[in-house]
Design a protein around this ligand. Structure first.
Ligand code: SF4
Ligand code: SF4
Length: 390
């Protein structure tokens, strides 16, 4: 094996556009026991796939037999935060304001692997983005890319924490980077203090059951009333615990054009989202990270944000969705109309009391009660789904 292979591989990774690259030995990740404790505590909320894939995260050899090295690469993404212009604009996490990064990452890692196969045809490898069960942050720290901050994100002194991680698993031994052993959080607790939903049970401990990112992206089905009121304007993800981090103040800007944020996604007009024809909306989000939540989740989130804002100008668009085929959307807009409580909102709710779906019917009834105009009727269909709240 060429003794310079490590250096040439790293240089090719940087040439391909990655902002940082490091190499760790393929061992069982040191944080694996903590990960199991986190799952055991129920902090993964409804992300059952994390439980199902827990064993696979025990060692990267579950992903590539004979793996010896984990090459971890990162991209910086996004631009500094700007505030929405008004209550009908939502907030979208920075990473989701451009093309789906998985695709971008995947192609770049595959290019790196293709290069390596030309250099060393006997090497076997596998590109891994966060779609495969690998504790990437742990390997990134082990590969010297940064430390895991109290907000649970990987932080690099130069690049900050708005970085995407991916890895190349290789069955060849390389020169490993020294692990990043120190932490540079010091006595700072800004991220813990700024979280609007108290999702951190302590430093380095995030309970997804209280996290806006979980509810707006991962959770399927209706959002409980108490959660819906705390989304703080976010319709996809949440960046607060990274925005407040001092290490992001002077971090370098991203240089990958495909990850350049589109302004239309930074602060979408939520009333326009609600009024958009379903096929056009679904087509618009295709190929973006937002597609993960689909139209159902995004409009559910948008209605929740508008309802919490009490914005009366949103009523016609909300009322128009009381006939949507999706009961999750109907129940979400019903709650929002009840929160706004204008005459127009109440009228729209009353005219849909005959909704036959238990979830939507129940939401309409409760919305009328919240608005101060309704009373529970005796024809309530039984609602089976009662998700737990914060
Ligand atoms: Fe809290 Fe938002 Fe960070 Fe989740 S993403 S922990 S809600 S600040
Ligand atoms: Fe660490 Fe402070 Fe950044 Fe939180 S905000 S990750 S405590 S430096």
């Amino acid at each position: 094996m060429d003794p310079d292979l490590t250096a040439r591989l790293k240089s090719e990774a940087l040439r391909l556009g990655f902002d940082q690259v490091g190499i760790a030995p393929a061992v069982s990740p040191p944080s694996y026991p903590h990960y199991l404790d986190w799952l055991q505590a129920g902090h993964a909320a409804g992300m059952g796939y994390l439980e199902r894939q827990a064993e696979a995260r025990a060692h990267p050899d579950r992903l590539l037999e004979g793996v010896r090295s984990v090459v971890v690469a990162s991209f910086v993404y996004g631009r500094p935060e700007s505030e929405p212009a008004g209550p009908t604009q939502g907030k979208v996490a920075r990473y989701a304001r451009a093309a789906d990064y998985h695709e971008v990452f995947w192609r770049r890692l595959e290019s790196l692997l293709d290069w390596l196969k030309v250099e060393e045809p006997a090497v076997r490898g596998r590109a891994v983005t966060d779609t495969a069960p690998l504790l990437e942050r742990d390997f990134a720290r082990r590969a010297g890319l940064g430390w895991v901050g109290k907000n649970t994100m990987l932080i690099n002194r130069r690049l900050g924490s708005f970085t995407l991680l991916g890895a190349l698993l290789l069955d060849v031994e390389l020169n490993y980077d020294p692990p990043h052993e120190s932490s540079h959080c010091g006595t700072c607790t800004r991220c813990l203090d700024a979280c609007p939903t108290d999702a951190f049970t302590g430093p380095y401990q995030l309970d997804a059951r209280r996290c806006i990112s979980y509810w707006t992206i991962e959770h399927k089905g209706p959002i409980p009333d108490d959660v819906a009121g705390q989304l703080d304007g976010w319709v996809f993800g949440c960046d607060i615990c990274q925005d407040v981090c001092p290490w992001n103040r002077k971090a370098s800007a991203g240089r990958e054009p495909a990850l350049d944020p589109g302004e239309e996604w930074a602060h979408p007009n939520l009333v326009e989202w609600l009024a958009e024809d379903p096929a056009t909306f679904s087509k618009a989000i295709k190929g973006t990270a937002l597609a993960r939540s689909k139209r159902s989740g995004l409009l559910r989130n948008a209605a929740s944000v508008l309802g919490a804002s009490g914005e009366a100008s949103a009523v016609p668009a909300l009322a128009g969705l009381l006939d949507d085929p999706d009961p999750v959307i109907r129940s979400s807009v019903a709650r929002a109309l009840g929160q706004i409580g204008s005459d127009e909102a109440i009228q729209a709710l009353e005219s849909h009391l005959n909704d036959q779906d238990p979830l939507a019917h129940d939401a309409i009834q409760r919305a009328l009660i919240v608005s101060g105009s309704g009373q529970a009727d005796s024809t309530t269909p039984e609602c089976e789904e009662r998700p737990q709240g914060l």
